[in-house]
Design a protein around this ligand. Structure first.
Ligand code: HEM
Length: 465
């Protein structure tokens, strides 16, 4: 335990809550957390199946857990083992020195400078997907599933930046089926009381192994093509080139590069982490924008003099209002809204509360982002909150990309990608919700997705602005 806060720390006995709460959390983790907050205030401690679980609902506590006290916490071993059974051993599913080494090796591929080098690949992917999915002739309309469109785009973007290779329609269909099935299965397994080994016959096992193989095989095909003796030398570096040539100087001579298997498993991670979160953010952004013609007008005015040539792209990714609309969409609908947990490795004090070793702490991003103490009129879509001249957002009240040593490796990548997609859509498409429609409720499907299809009426503009 540390310092003087320990003396005054409050020990909160666990509330006698049992399986009914586990069922509530499983059914709707966002509503369950809101109910806990409403009933018990900023710290809710409960006991489920002999497990002490503590929800902290303030930005200060979130910061203490993720940043100031990060060494007192680890990510939940059970969760990591479940994710490893889907993705293998990579920077998301390992801890300790293994994680440090993999994170150090991956990080140079995602610096702002490096990501700036991927923008033309991103733009090409966006253009091709929009041409494939949306009506092409000026004035023509269709009703599209926003999640389907944004998933298609972000999948293609990540595959092109990983492997410099566009996604065929066939790949897209196969991958979507595989990913959806794996996501559903992982959400089931998260709530099982045990981590199922591959050899055990359990519900969903055959489909999981088949779909996992589909994704690994696709990634191995790209890696094998690149490492074949007759591979053509390439000028532009993509993420795979970076992974193949990466050396971890900090770890000395031994194990300083990623093994072939680690390269494959980290590609699986970057693929999985890279598209579903960004697609969730863009899907909700589309839905929100479709309800606000005034915001669309302001965006068109801001982007009027930009194009997708190199200098225009730079202007787009810096456009303040465009970025503010994306940030505000992620405030209302943070893609990683649940499963944001840590386990205390030792007793410590968080927000004047004693957290005993082994306690599972939950950082409820959804509630932090919708707390009126940090965001006045929290349920309103107000991009102005994120404009440079706005009142400062309270520290750690907004953290869609996390904080501390595990903060999102793909943050710059995602922000640039989302700005390019959003700008492209704003310039080429008019959108509205179908008459009488409202935004659907969200559901946690690893990333935050619409519970029912978020349908948007899109019309190709006569002349792109
Ligand atoms: C809107 C898009 C995205 C959001 C909201 C998001 C959110 C997050 C969050 C909250 C974490 C931290 C989890 C924790 O601390 O437990 C995280 C970690 C991570 N993200 Fe993202 N992410 C996004 C896009 C991406 C992209 C595009 C990539 C890669 C191309 C990526 C790669 C990763 C990786 C590798 C980690 C694990 C980092 C570590 O544990 O060291 N993410 N992300």
């Amino acid at each position: 335990m540390n310092g003087s806060t320990e003396i005054n720390a409050e020990y909160r006995p666990s509330l006698p809550l049992g399986l009914s709460w586990l069922n509530e959390i499983k059914r709707d983790p966002l509503a369950a957390a809101s109910e806990l907050h409403r009933r018990y205030g900023d710290v809710a401690t409960l006991n489920i199946l002999f497990r002490r679980i503590c929800y902290f609902f303030t930005p200060e506590a979130a910061r203490q857990i993720l940043v100031d006290h990060h060494a007192d916490f680890v990510r939940e071993a059970r969760l990591l083992r479940i994710f490893a059974s889907f993705q293998g051993d990579n920077a998301l599913t390992t801890e300790g020195t293994d994680w440090e080494r993999q994170r150090r090796i991956l990080a140079p591929g995602f610096t702002p400078k490096r990501v700036a080098g991927y923008t033309q690949l991103m733009h090409a992917a966006i253009q091709d997907c929009v041409a494939d999915v949306l009506p092409t002739s000026p004035g023509s309309s269709a009703v599209v599933d926003a999640d389907g469109l944004t998933t298609r785009i972000t999948m293609d973007v990540i595959l092109r930046t990983l492997f410099s290779s566009p996604m065929t329609k066939q790949d897209a269909a196969q991958l979507s089926i595989a990913i959806r099935a794996l996501t559903r299965q992982s959400m089931r397994e998260v709530y099982w009381p045990f981590v199922a080994p591959d050899w055990l016959p359990y519900p969903g096992r055959t489909s999981k192994l088949t779909h996992r193989r589909t994704i690994q095989a696709l990634i191995e095909t790209h890696i094998n093509a690149r490492t074949a003796s007759n591979a053509v030398p390439r000028e532009e570096q993509d993420v795979l080139d970076m992974l193949l040539s990466a050396k971890d100087e900090a770890s000395g001579n031994h194990q300083n590069a990623l093994s072939a298997r680690e390269i494959r498993d980290n590609c699986v991670l970057l693929f999985a982490a890279g598209f579903d979160t960004a697609s969730s953010a863009l899907c909700w952004w589309m839905g929100l924008i479709a309800t606000r013609p005034d915001v669309v007008d302001a965006l068109r005015a801001e982007l009027a003099d930009t194009d997708f040539a190199a200098s225009g792209i730079e202007q787009i990714v810096r456009a303040p209002y465009l970025n503010a609309t994306i940030k505000e969409a992620m405030r209302l609908y943070p893609p990683s809204a649940a499963l944001f947990t840590r386990v205390a490795q030792r007793d410590c004090v968080i927000a004047d509360t004693t957290v005993t070793k082994g306690t599972l702490v939950v950082i409820p991003i959804w509630q932090l982002h919708r707390d009126a103490r940090s965001f006045p009129a929290p349920l309103e879509f107000r991009p102005e909150r994120f404009m440079p001249n706005a009142d400062p957002i309270p520290r750690s009240a907004y953290m869609p990309f996390g904080a501390g040593p595990h903060f999102c490796l793909g943050q710059h990548f995602a922000l640039i990608e989302m700005a390019l997609v959003a700008a492209y859509l704003i310039k080429h498409i008019d959108f509205a919700l179908p008459p009488g429609a409202k935004l659907p409720d969200p559901t946690v499907d690893v990333a935050l997705k619409p519970k029912t299809p978020l349908l948007v009426q899109v019309t190709r503009r006569e002349t792109p602005s």
